[in-house]
Design a protein around this ligand. Structure first.
Ligand code: GDP
Length: 302
């Protein structure tokens, strides 16, 4: 239900147009496909993915000898789910360690909703009965540490921090030590989101990862890139850039509730081969949902 609600804007935009399209056409012809193509591009599904989808649709229409445009609608959903699921392996959910500390690193540019996502996830894990700790690794942006502490208080989890301007790797060292000695289940680590200097950011993230890995072999267990869905194709560019800077294991797409162009999920998954693990559907604590391609695609039409 949350999923459906969060997709309202995209659905109104997308399925409204598709409904209108299938109502206007009497047969499924080239022109029909061209209009559909435009609608999909307009929803930020991404050029390559749209081309792939249209190809698949044409084949299916031919195979099933579909004449009525209204019948194409169901095929669109089927094919969208298929494209998403077939774009490489789809690891469901997070790589959580059993009976051991799981370390998750969050990367992403400022303002995308990184802190909020960490807060929401902390809440989610806490609700599941897990012990959670936060690491204030963004020592660069003024106010970042305070902001994380506000979330820590709201959710009821501790934040390991040092002063603004301190070495993020030193914060991580403290945080991992604290998490181990307290027997915590989950450590969620914030990082600085400055992309202005890619080399510096790369060095910083490498150092942070090295410190974590030295304390816990195999960690960090996830590196989640947080992206703002309302930035559209910009999110794709950010993903490409972060892939150059560090290994990204998954994506959290925030503010899906605030965009009519939720098709970006498909573009990211299909063109960059990175799974979207969570989506943000609002500003509140429980406005975070595990991503589910079927719920998503059917939510676009339902
Ligand atoms: P950060 O700079 O990346 O840490 O970004 P913040 O966590 O401070 O978030 C920036 C703004 O986006 C805040 O006003 C959040 O409330 C808002 N925000 C974050 N996630 C979502 C979401 O899923 N939906 C909506 N509507 N707003 C969000």
């Amino acid at each position: 239900e949350k999923f459906k609600e969060g997709l309202t804007k995209t659905r109104d935009n997308f399925s409204g147009k598709v409904n209108d399209l299938v109502a206007r056409y009497r047969k499924v012809d080239e022109e029909f496909f061209e209009e559909l193509e435009e609608i999909l591009i307009g929803a930020d599904v991404g050029f390559d993915t749209v081309m792939e989808l249209i190809e698949e649709l044409k084949l299916e229409v031919k195979r099933k000898n579909i004449q009525d445009p209204r019948e194409v609608q169901a095929v669109i959903s089927e094919k969208l789910v298929e494209i998403y699921e077939n774009a490489g392996e789809v690891p469901n959910g997070l790589n959580i360690q059993k009976d051991e500390l799981t370390v998750i690193l969050f990367v992403g540019v400022n303002g995308v909703g990184k802190t909020t996502t960490i807060g929401k996830l902390a809440h989610k894990f806490k609700t599941e009965g897990k012990t959670v700790l936060l690491a204030a690794g963004d020592t660069f942006r003024a106010g970042a540490i305070d902001q994380l502490e506000v979330w820590g208080e709201r959710v009821g989890v501790d934040v390991i921090k040092q002063g603004e301007g301190s070495d993020p790797a030193a914060v991580m060292y403290d945080a991992v030590r604290a998490a181990k000695s307290r027997g915590a289940d989950i450590l969620l680590c914030d990082t600085a989101g400055r992309l202005q200097n890619k080399v510096n950011l790369m060095k910083e993230l490498e150092k942070v990862k090295r410190v974590i890995e030295r304390e816990i072999p195999g960690a960090p267990h996830e590196v989640l890139l947080v992206l703002d869905a309302t930035t559209g194709q910009n999110a794709l560019i950010q993903t490409k850039t972060f892939k150059e800077v560090t290994d990204v294991s998954g994506i959290v797409l925030t503010k899906l509730d605030g965009t009519a162009k939720g098709g970006i999920v498909l573009a990211i998954r299909n063109e960059l081969k990175i799974p979207v693990k969570f989506v943000g559907l609002g500003e509140k604590m429980d406005d975070l949902q595990e991503f589910d391609s079927e719920k998503y695609v059917y939510g676009l039409f339902a």
